[in-house]
Design a protein around this ligand. Sequence first.
Ligand code: IMP
Ligand code: MG
Length: 173
Amino acid sequence: MERIFGRPIVTQEEMRTRIRELGKQIANDYAGKDLVLIGVLKGAYAFYADLARAIRIPMRVDFLIVTSYGGQSKTSGKVKVITELTEDIKGKDVLLVEDIVDSGRTLNRLMALLGRRAPRSLEICALLHKHIATELDYETKFIGFDAPHEFLVGYGLDHAENFRHLPYIASLQ
Ligand code: IMP
Ligand code: MG
């Protein structure tokens, strides 16, 4: 048995089951549409890869690499786009895939940025939601799991850039 780092919050088995459900739900909602699945890197990389393969309808993949600056582990709300999308999203049905919604500031910035490019629709899919996002101006259409108000790592989430590769979500508290 592999040693689990930290206190387990979402196991690999729970992750697999939930992502299968999300994939089916997204495929249903976007059947016949022009879906572009946009991953917010680095945090969403693991979730994105598994989710994309669970969505069994035609779609395109694209990515934004963003970094928050002006703060340490907590987001400052200042989001810098390091690497841009490769495709034009005008008239497309865009689903933005994020790792976790905390304050909601990161998503506020990204939704405003992408909204200006006139997609036909623009929605959010977040693996985790802390439900303390009083600042989020947008509805999170798809949520993987409700998250405790603790600092989480693994499955894309980092602490000082470490632990992103853990195949499960764990709490450092
Ligand atoms: P927000 O802008 O406050 O909603 O924060 C969102 C971003 O902060 C996420 O994309 C993560 O990069 C980071 N973040 C928020 N909570 C956690 C956590 O518990 N563990 C690791 N990163 C987190
Ligand atoms: Mg981060």
